[in-house]
Design a protein around this ligand. Structure first.
Ligand SMILES: C[S@@+](CC[C@H](N)C(=O)[O-])C[C@H]1O[C@@H](n2cnc3c(N)ncnc32)[C@H](O)[C@@H]1O
Length: 344
């Protein structure tokens, strides 16, 4: 098997990365494409997991780089994403397959496919442009639609249920923690007062109520943070990411890599801290004359600072603006991983 240190992505055929196949409408423009693929791929014959398949842009780029023996498995919660990417990559039969599921259950999903370990895992977090732009999915305050926000049918609650049924104090917590909204209490109070008269059912009603409560004194719509908070709560996004970060080393081969693209500081902080915690570090008391803590670390962080998109990319795709890429490599051999697994 060829092991490659670092790789420049070159299109070698197949569907052009980031573009919709001929005759199909725009779905999503992949972010930090070259940077991600070149950090992730170490073996052209390897097996790679795209845990957030979306429109299949990153998967297409991976397939274009891999040798004929290389494989990509895509996972997405959203049946529409699975259908779209499967159609787009239909010429890759045998090298590409897609599974509907939650990447947080990556170990179980791979076990179900009979795959024990893989060479690389990619997560490109959040929602796709398609999900955001489809009014009927209810993700955007810019488009009127039902207050839904579920990425897939596995999400237990809709945004309408949360907005109409959560106690006011719980709404404050959600808006504060997941939206980092400084005026969370004011927004929640106003929502609680209004829903007592008529429950909220559309994104337009909620956006208007938030605008009325918080006013508008910057270019940013006052509902931006509240909508982000609701989306995170509906889809249990941070819990899912935490579960993934606690389990991905179990399914990586030694030398295998993980790459995560985040779009807000809550996600990026989780990724940064989880990677750091798995790096070699000594936890012996400071006065201990020798190290005997047995915490050799299992991961090498490849991105000391998060990789950001170039000015060129953010000019071409404003949604790339907040993207931050972090990657790491599993350095522990299988024997060491057994010890690590027994403790986690
Ligand atoms: C930013 S898009 C990915 C776009 C993709 N990289 C591309 O190039 O088209 C994120 C996708 O991840 C999916 N997703 C988000 N959280 C997920 C989770 N916990 N499990 C599986 N899929 C998830 C969403 O449904 C969405 O389709």
């Amino acid at each position: 098997m060829t092991r490659l240190k670092s790789m420049e992505f070159k299109k070698t055929g197949g569907a052009p990365a980031g573009e919709a196949p001929e005759g199909e409408t725009f779905y999503h423009l992949p972010v930090l494409l070259n940077e991600t693929v070149s950090l992730l791929v170490t073996s052209k014959e390897g097996v790679y997991i795209d845990g957030t398949l979306g429109g299949g842009g990153h998967s297409a780029a991976l397939l274009a780089l891999l040798a004929p023996a290389g494989k990509v498995v895509g996972i997405d919660r959203d049946p529409e994403a699975i259908a779209r990417a499967t159609a787009r990559l239909s010429t890759e039969a045998g090298r590409f397959s897609a599974v509907r599921g939650n990447y947080s259950a990556i170990a179980e999903i791979l076990a179900g496919l009979g795959i024990e370990k893989v060479d690389g895992i990619l997560l490109d977090l959040g929602v796709s442009s398609r999900q955001l732009d489809a009014g009927e999915r209810g993700f955007s305050f810019m488009r009127d639609g039902p207050l839904d926000m579920r990425m897939g049918p596995d999400a237990p609650l809709t945004a309408a249920q949360i907005v109409n049924d959560y106690p006011e104090e719980r709404l404050v917590r959600v808006f504060r923690e997941y939206g980092e909204e400084p005026r969370a209490a004011r927004a929640a109070r106003s929502i609680a007062a209004q829903r007592g008269k008529t429950p909220f059912s559309t994104t337009g009603e909620l956006a208007a109520a938030i605008e009325k409560a918080l006013g508008r004194n910057s270019e940013k719509h006052p509902a931006t943070r509240i909508f982000q908070a609701l989306r995170i709560e509906v889809n249990r996004e941070l819990e899912g990411l935490e579960k993934f970060l606690a389990s991905f080393p179990k399914v990586l081969k030694p030398g295998g890599r993980v790459a995560v693209i985040s779009y807000h500081s809550l996600e990026d902080r989780l990724v940064k801290n989880a990677f750091r915690a798995l790096e070699p570090h000594c936890v012996c008391p400071p006065r201990s004359p020798i190290c005997n803590c047995g915490e050799p670390g299992i991961l090498r962080v490849l991105t000391r600072k998060a990789v950001k998109p170039s000015d060129e990319e953010t000019k071409a795709n404003s949604r790339a603006r907040s993207a931050r890429l972090r990657a790491a490599e599993l350095i522990a051999p299988d024997s060491e991983m057994k010890r690590w697994k027994s403790r986690h």
